[in-house]
Design a protein around this ligand. Structure first.
Ligand SMILES: NC(=O)c1ccc[n+]([C@@H]2O[C@H](COP(=O)([O-])OP(=O)(O)OC[C@H]3O[C@@H](n4cnc5c(N)ncnc54)[C@H](O)[C@@H]3O)[C@@H](O)[C@H]2O)c1
Length: 252
């Protein structure tokens, strides 16, 4: 499928990697619907993207909200042939800190947003995709955002790494199941990217992290992530796997 035909629903689309994907789809002539919990940023992002974009405030961890938002997205665009899951939170914390053991609710929240949110988006989007007219045998692509922390989680990333590893684990069974409806399922595992999520880290730590990235020795740009998503959409032979996009970075 050509990117100009993309009708994309993007969770976490108001910011960072999701917003960069939205910009590249709009530039190519496609349509986007941004689902994000952040109303102010979502409205601002959609107005920057123009008339082919819509923002729907959505908590990606809430089943009814996701279902209703995806229905509205399909109505706005006439169909959905691309779902990009970018909503996520870091939820960095130790299991045993000076404050005591990590509350179970805290771990659960990371699971609800990062993992359940990915499932809920998959469920709602594939429901619409299966009714699409096939183009070259294809009806759509579902693309999730994992992380290299799925493989090399650092101290304090137990919840985050668990959810990202679970996303990589979902991709193959989903791709196998959705083969019969002509929908591909992929994930990208980014290394370290320049987005608001990373702005919480001090410049000194950023420099240290960048120095540990082999080549190029810098953070990735959201545009490099968006270029990967465009390639996956257009390359029909990519299915059922997670691609690392990390400049050879391996977390210590
Ligand atoms: N930036 C990186 O270095 C990096 C590396 C690896 C993986 N990732 C993953 O990429 C994805 C995008 O991250 P980013 O760097 O663009 O961060 P970001 O903070 O810029 O964007 C994340 C977006 O998700 C939204 N969001 C949070 N909770 C939500 C909820 N409950 N419902 C709906 N939306 C919600 C936020 O409002 C925000 O707009 C995340 O899943 C993140 O884990 C990022």
């Amino acid at each position: 499928m050509n990117y100009s035909s993309a009708k994309a629903v993007i969770s976490g689309g108001a910011s960072g990697l999701g917003f960069a994907c939205a910009q590249s789809i709009i530039t190519e002539g496609g349509q986007v619907v941004l689902l994000d919990i952040n109303q102010e940023q979502g409205e601002h992002a959609a107005s920057e993207l123009g008339e082919q974009a819509l923002f729907i405030q959505t908590d990606i961890s809430q089943e009814q909200q996701v279902e209703s938002a995806v229905d509205k997205a399909a109505e706005f665009m006439g169909a959905i042939n691309l779902a990009i899951g970018c909503a996520g939170i870091l939820g960095a914390a130790l299991i045993h800190s000076k404050k005591g053991p990590m509350p179970a609710d805290y771990f659960q929240q990371v699971v609800n947003i990062n993992l359940m949110g990915s499932f809920l988006l998959t469920r709602a989007a594939s429901q619409h995709m299966q009714n699409n007219q096939a183009v070259d045998g294809e009806r759509g692509l579902i693309l999730h955002t994992a992380s290299i922390a799925a493989y090399e989680g650092q101290i304090g990333q137990t919840a985050y790494s668990a959810t990202k590893a679970a996303i990589t684990g979902m991709v193959l069974p989903l791709a196998r199941e959705f083969a019969r409806i002509g929908v591909r399922v992929m994930a990208v595992a980014p290394g370290v990217f320049e987005t608001p999520m990373m702005e919480k880290i001090t410049p000194e730590i950023c420099e240290q992290i960048a120095a540990g990235i082999p080549n190029p020795s810098r953070f990735g740009t959201p545009q490099e992530f968006a270029a990967m998503v465009k390639h996956i959409f257009e390359n029909q032979y990519l299915n059922g796997t997670t691609i690392r996009l990390d400049a050879a970075a391996r977390l210590q």
